[in-house]
Design a protein around this ligand. Structure first.
Ligand code: SAH
Length: 282
């Protein structure tokens, strides 16, 4: 008999089939409840909610990346031409650990108790923020991890825009810089319209504030005031909020500074927390 696989996720030990472990550990479990291939809750996710898309995974390198984007379009996750173009241009394979299923619609572990979000979550956030990622605009990516989504933002706003990624794990920031350098977004990093920094993202990144778009890639127990302050009037923030039960919030700041928030969907992200909490002090 095979031993039960176990995984430690934020100090808890789980013993379950690998698919369940993936579901427990990884960033986001499902998107629109209406999407047939994702219509599984956290509690019933003994099979990966992504399995149907995983079946469609084909090819490697740019072929695999193109097929991934085609599937996201086919399932209605991507409807914007620009988002499709950007995700097609930036090869996700350059941002994931060697040997992992770069183009399957699943989050993947990247070390330090962090994950790269599933492609459908990246696509969702890009679509939600598209209007605030127009050429020349400014964006902040909190919890930038691998740098993949930060790189997508940079391609959206172009050389005249300004994109800042912040993560509190120095090793991840170093890795994200290396990833971006290998990719088509490398020139934007070189030109200085994209930068990746080590810092506590709950404080935002004042240097280039205010931002037209703020994305938070980890779940906050409540929306950090510093991020609201650094959002430009007319700007939009996309942030998962909650602890065990989490909702992806879309927060719009109107020109008069008032805030409107709505819930896009239920999600499961790793927490926006302190470095010690995340790594267990190591
Ligand atoms: N969006 C990224 C990573 C998502 S995982 C990607 O898809 O590649 C969430 C990330 O948030 C992790 O890299 C983690 O280190 C980071 N994080 C968590 N709390 C943070 C904080 N307080 N400040 C900065 N980064 C944080």
């Amino acid at each position: 008999m095979r031993a039960c696989p176990t995984l430690t996720v934020y100090g808890r030990h789980y013993c379950a089939p690998p698919r369940t472990l993936i579901s427990l550990a990884f960033t986001s479990l499902h998107r629109h409840n209406s999407a047939p291939f994702l219509n599984l809750s956290f509690f019933t996710a003994f099979r990966s909610p992504f399995s149907r898309m995983e079946q469609f995974q084909t090819g490697t390198g740019s072929t695999g990346n193109k097929a991934m984007v085609e599937n996201l379009k086919r399932f209605g996750v991507i409807s914007s031409k620009k988002v499709a173009e950007v995700m097609e241009t930036l090869d996700r394979g350059l941002f994931v650990p060697v040997g992992s299923s770069a183009y399957a619609d699943t989050p993947l572990p990247i070390g330090y108790n962090a994950t790269i979000s599933a492609p459908h979550m990246h696509a969702t956030c890009l679509e939600l923020l598209e209007d605030k990622l127009q050429p020349g605009m400014r964006a902040l990516d909190v919890g930038s991890g691998t740098g993949y989504l930060t790189g997508c933002f940079a391609l959206m706003v172009g050389a005249e825009g300004r994109v800042v990624g912040v993560d509190h794990i120095p090793e991840l920031v170093y890795m994200s810089i290396k990833n971006v350098e290998k990719s088509v977004a490398g020139s934007l990093l070189q030109k200085g319209s994209l930068s990746l920094h080590v810092g506590d993202g709950r404080k935002g990144w004042k240097e280039f504030a205010p931002y037209d778009a703020i994305h938070v890639g980890a779940a906050a127990s409540e929306v950090p005031q510093a991020l609201l302050d650094q959002l430009k009037p007319g700007g939009r923030m996309v942030i998962p909020v909650g602890t065990y039960f989490q909702e992806l919030k879309v927060i719009d700041k109107s020109e008069d500074g008032s805030i409107k928030a709505r819930t896009e969907t239920s999600v499961r992200y790793v927490p926006l927390t302190s470095r010690d909490e995340q790594t267990g002090g190591f």
